[in-house]
Design a protein around this ligand. Structure first.
Ligand SMILES: Nc1ncnc2c1ncn2[C@@H]1O[C@H](COP(=O)(O)OP(=O)(O)OP(=O)(O)O)[C@@H](O)[C@H]1O
Length: 344
């Protein structure tokens, strides 16, 4: 395992920012920690980097204890590089210097360090900017300098704290592709923090959804999206309606209609809740069996398709669905659901 965390605890005064997290992060993973502001994401990253001491538990990097009872390996002695939201570039050095300087500090002769920097700048398509100062670069280019510096460090574990947060949406999408390419080129284990679930889904091989200092769920993007373990996870990842239901014989009785459960949820019996996402809903005839008949309450054009909500009498929340043609508020709509995921 690249990173093994066992019962990690970090307190600030009376507040517990990290509250007993355990996780195994395999070599080469792109591991995303997703959660709302203040849930403890940055603190967890700082613990892994060694920027904060642990109050309890253990962190092992590459099999060796880095933080634990009586042990705290300093950040510079961990095989870890950190990319921050603010890029942390040296303003007085040019792009090449920003990449080569850490290598020189590690004892590499100046000429060799600058040659190595050029190779990494080529990887992130920054060769034409090698002699510019950070102030003469766009946000995306500055972030690429930070990535080149990471590549140069040769660190096997790269920690990224919302590295795209300061970029405009268009550039974010492009940088996501560059991060995926960076991951492939470096083969490093990446631990990536974000509160943007779309970004987490796009990049991660595994996602942990964090809530109040704990991992509410950890798994592949498909697992946390399709089989959320709790209402918090269901609501944090993608659009959904979470509805009370009664389960029997592979069906969820929602009141107005019965809908089929997914294979993995078919064993459920008794009361519980279902998660209905837009992909679970399709238009149907009002008279067809299982039809959920309602009224369109909101319509948003999303370029090529429309996102809408339907209020269905007897359901506590509106159903989110997508449609290929324009709809009107107040229009009658019939939807067929399923198979849908069930929670206890
Ligand atoms: N140095 C500190 N001293 C005191 N409290 C702190 C310190 N660092 C973090 N905290 C508290 O710990 C909690 C978790 O903070 P953290 O920065 O880890 O959250 P986060 O999930 O990264 O939030 P954001 O997405 O807003 O950056 C917060 O309530 C915060 O106020």
């Amino acid at each position: 395992m690249a990173v093994s965390i066992t019962d990690a605890v970090k307190r600030f005064g009376t507040e517990t920012a990290v509250d007993g997290i355990s996780v195994e992060i395999p070599e080469g993973a792109f591991f995303t920690v997703l959660g709302p502001s203040g849930c403890g994401k940055s603190t967890l990253l700082r613990l892994i980097a060694g920027l904060e001491p642990l109050d309890g538990g253990e962190i092992r990097l590459g099999g060796a204890t880095a933080s634990g009872a009586g042990i705290h390996v300093p950040p510079e002695d961990r095989d870890v590089a950190v990319v921050f939201q603010t890029y942390a570039l040296w303003p007085h050095m040019d792009v090449t210097g920003n990449v080569s300087f850490p290598l020189e500090c590690d004892g590499m002769p100046r000429v060799r360090a600058r040659e190595a920097a050029q190779t990494h700048l080529q990887t992130v398509s920054l060769t034409p900017y090698a002699t510019r100062k950070p102030a003469e670069l766009s946000g995306g280019q500055r972030q690429r300098v930070a990535l080149a510096r990471c590549l140069a460090s040769g660190a096997r574990i790269v920690l990224m704290d919302e590295p795209l947060a300061n970029l405009d949406p268009h550039l974010r999408t492009r940088m996501e592709e560059e991060l995926a390419a960076f991951h492939a080129a470096s083969g490093a284990t990446i631990i990536y923090i974000t509160h943007d679930q779309r970004e987490a889904m796009a990049l991660a091989t595994r996602i942990a959804v964090m809530e109040n200092g704990r991992f509410a769920q950890e798994g592949t993007p498909e697992e946390v999206h399709d089989r959320p373990a709790s209402e918090h996870v269901a609501r944090f990842i993608g659009q959904s309606a979470v509805l009370q239901a009664r389960f029997a014989d592979g069906l969820a009785d929602l009141g107005p209609a019965q809908v089929p459960l997914t294979e993995a949820a078919r064993h459920r019996q008794g009361p519980g809740r279902v998660v209905i996402r837009p992909a679970d809903l399709s238009r149907t005839d009002p008279g067809s069996p299982g039809a959920l008949r309602g009224t369109v309450s909101r319509v948003t054009y999303r370029g090529g398709h429309w996102e809408a909500l339907a209020e269905v009498p007897g359901l506590a929340e509106p159903l989110p669905f997508t449609c290929a043609r324009p709809l009107q508020r107040g229009e009658a709509v019939s939807l067929r659901a399923g198979p849908v995921w069930a929670m206890a």
